[in-house]
Design a protein around this ligand. Sequence first.
Ligand code: DQA
Length: 151
Amino acid sequence: MSSRVLVLNGPNLRRLGTREPDVYGASTFDDLVALCRETGRRLDLHVEVRQTDDEAEMIRWVHEAADERLPVVINPAAFTHYSYGLRDALAQRTAPLVEVHISNPAAREEFRHTSVVAGVATGTIAGFGMLSYVLALQAVAELIAQDAAKS
Ligand code: DQA
């Protein structure tokens, strides 16, 4: 049976395609959903893609993942830079957690150089456009396979 993985997206990411295309590219959120699902099929992962502009909803999803031992790929968007509430929720993780960004925040404004969630993630992938999500799902599939080989 394929493993479930949540791909969680924070504020403004539903507006991909029209939102600052010079920074985030021309692909829409629906394109991102299709790409993640297709990547999941290839890697034998059951991928569920969600987006919210609401911090409380995002934290509830992270609690759900912790309770159900689900791996998470998360683009926390602006929450990355200031949400200690989200960080504390992610710190409760019970499975691999990959932080992703479409752009490379380290090459942008100063306030984007800080990630308050990076320290509780397994790792971070940033700067590859939509490919960041593909690489993150590949990392999750690899980590699941390593875990299975151990047990
Ligand atoms: C982002 C980078 C963040 O700084 C920004 O607030 C976003 C998107 C990215 O994917 O490049 O909303 O997470």
